[in-house]
Write a protein that binds this ligand. Structure first.
Ligand code: GDP
Ligand code: MG
Length: 608
């Protein structure tokens, strides 16, 4: 395919606006995949099991299709982007491989928080944007109103907007035509030295790392020797081809094409997203935009049965082969034994990983409360702390800590006018600053109220647990949320430790803002009190900051032996009880003379 017959595009949208459904329809319409019987609703591009279960796209998937237009065959390369705020960087890098994007908006919902953020990423990259209104088959569809919203928000001409139903297929043909007519072909040179952008990678058990690349210039053939600008490592291309939608080997890939390569790359950490590949001996200027993934949320992961650590670690290793954005280090805790400390892009990323891990490892795991990376500034150095156990005990004027800083995000929330007050309250209760709002439209009389966009800064730590679900419940599901990193800011933070019979439980330590220490201390102590089994003696449960006790509950002593009430009763039942006790003894953790089953930590940590 000469460049002028190639189009590289992506579909960008807020979650649930129909990206995967539209991608399926496009693949069907071009005969890339068979049309499925109606009723089945499993998107081809959402390959991972969790993605299907949750209906979200986690990993970008790419497919090429062939479309005849004006009697000429065109090669259309669809680069699917992940649909969640945690994966903003993956969206940006997928777009680097395109010349155009379909901006898909649900005509029953209108412009949402991620519609705005993905639009800006696409515009900054200079992509041709094709606006599309989806779900016009639904009775609640308001195409004129939403078109006006898109005009006022993005300065889009309503005449350029395509109206479709990805579900019924209505209008989808017009998208193929618009892709060919409106999106410019890639501008590379087939004869120039090879320059390829690595924008995603997969892991294959047999062939090792499979990289997805976009050839900017030159031609790549099987057997070619290539090198990475970033690592300087050299490889030989053993296989290459296009995604159609599964891997389809070809003899070469040339400028403008998107495809996959297998080379002798064994470790997925060698495939750096955003890296530039060139031919050995023909160095090129690397493309800009390379940015290593950065973990923003950390948590410890431990097996419920400490004997299972190696099995757990093995499962984690296997999963990180397919998801390089997770960082892993070993961690050991006196309460929970050997475990791993993992870094994630965000909380959804953490939830998805946890679910995949539980599927893979076939058991529940204990995950400690998530922590963001804090900056502890000493007189002579700055330390990044992402584990509460490493946080300095005291941060007052007597310590040598100058200040502590926490990561901040710039948040935007889109919400119907009726819920504006609720959402403002929610933001304030999460330490919002620079809170502001404006209107996206003025509503349409009695049927729907005006939409407001609220912007503010929030500490990242405030949104990692529960913020999203609180936002949804306080707006009856109508609010949408997006954020981007906003640097670091000084903050009044302290390490909170929980004591059992005066002994600290390391795995439960938290970093808290001073303004919330009472509430947090009390809530956790209460929870511990309700979960920890009573002992033969009285046990104080306390929350402490430094030497100061913030909250306390007392676990009263058990009155008598567990089996006492069974005397004279069923002997086999008594035997069984003793047997159970013995079995669980092996998994008991002893803290401050208190025996705690490891399962108790699962219960303590599983919900906030
Ligand atoms: P994504 O999160 O953007 O990938 O959205 P999906 O493609 O998974 O679609 C979200 C939901 O909207 C699914 O239940 C789809 O069946 C539904 N959906 C998508 N497009 C349409 C449409 O045109 N009409 C109707 N009625 N439903 C649609
Ligand atoms: Mg999807």
């Amino acid at each position: 395919y000469p460049s002028e017959l190639i189009r590289n595009f992506s579909i960008i949208a807020h979650i649930d606006h129909g990206k995967s459904t539209l991608a399926d329809r496009l693949l069907e319409l071009t005969g890339t995949i068979q049309k499925k019987e109606s009723g089945t609703n499993k998107q081809v591009l959402d390959k991972l099991k969790v993605e299907r279960e949750r209906g979200i796209t986690v990993k970008a998937q790419t497919a090429s299709m062939i479309h005849s237009f004006n009697g000429q065959q065109h090669l259309l390369n669809l680069i699917d982007t992940p649909g969640h705020v945690d994966f903003a960087w993956e969206v940006a890098r997928s777009l680097a491989a395109c010349e155009g994007a379909l901006l898909l908006v649900d005509s029953t919902q209108g412009v949402q928080a991620q519609t705005i953020s993905v639009f800006h990423v696409a515009r900054e990259r200079g992509l041709k944007i094709i606006p599309v209104l989806n779900k016009i088959d639904m009775p609640a569809s308001q195409p004129e109103r939403i078109a006006a919203q898109m005009q006022s928000t993005f300065d889009i001409n309503p005449e350029d907007i395509l109206h479709i139903s990805a579900k019924t297929g209505q209008g989808v043909e017009s998208i193929l035509e618009a892709i060919v007519k409106r999106i410019p072909p890639p501008s590379g040179h087939t004869k120039a030295p090879l320059k390829a952008l690595l924008f995603d990678s997969l892991y294959d058990r047999y062939r090792g790392v499979i990289s997805l690349i976009n050839i900017q210039d030159g031609t790549l053939r099987k057997g070619d020797k290539i090198a990475s600008c970033h690592t300087r490592k050299k490889y030989e291309v053993t296989e290459l081809g296009i995604m159609h939608p599964e891997e389809l080997p070809t003899t070469s890939l040339q400028s403008g094409q998107v495809g996959y390569i297998a080379c002798n790359m064994k470790n997925s950490s060698e495939a750096h997203i955003g890296d530039t590949l060139h031919r050995v001996g023909e160095p090129v200027e690397p493309m800009e935009g390379f940015q290593p993934t950065k973990a923003m949320v950390y948590a410890g992961i431990f097996p419920i049965d400490s004997n299972d650590f190696l099995k757990l670690e093995e499962s984690i290793k296997r999963l990180t082969l397919t998801d390089r954005s997770v960082t892993v280090t070993r961690e050991s805790s006196s309460a929970l034994g050997q475990g791993c400390r993992l870094g994630f892009l965000g909380t959804l990323h953490m939830d998805v990983f946890r679910q995949r891990l539980e599927d893979e490892y076939d058991a529940n795991v204990i995950i400690t409360a998530p922590t963001v990376p804090y900056k502890v500034i000493y007189k002579d150095r700055t330390v990044l702390v992402s584990n509460p156990t490493e946080f300095p005990e005291v941060t007052d004027s007597t310590s040598n800590v100058k200040e502590v800083q926490e990561p901040i995000v710039n948040a935007s929330i889109i919400v119907p006018d009726d819920y504006l007050g609720e959402i403002m309250d929610l933001c304030f209760s999460h330490r919002a600053d620079s809170l502001d709002h404006r209107y996206l439209d003025s509503g349409s009389g009695s049927t729907s109220s005006a939409r407001a966009i609220v912007t503010c800064t929030l500490p990242l730590s405030e949104i990692v647990t529960g913020f999203f679900s609180e936002l949804k419940s306080r707006s009856s599901g109508f609010a949408s949320f997006d954020y981007e990193e906003g640097g670091y800011a000084k903050s009044n933070l302290a390490k909170m430790v929980f004591l059992l019979n005066s002994r600290p439980i390391d795995a439960l330590a938290l970093i808290v803002h001073r303004s919330a220490q009472q509430a947090i201390g009390r809530a956790w102590v209460k929870k511990l009190h309700s979960i920890i089994p009573r002992q033969m003696f009285e046990v104080p449960i306390q929350a402490a900051i430094g030497k100061k006790i913030i909250a306390r509950e007392t676990l009263s002593a058990m009155r008598a032996d567990v089996t006492a009430s069974l005397y004279g009763g069923d002997v086999t039942r008594k035997m069984k009880l003793l047997e159970n006790q013995k079995a669980s003894k092996r998994k008991m953790k002893r803290i401050g003379q208190v025996d705690l089953p490891q399962e108790a930590f699962y219960d303590i940590l599983k919900s906030k």
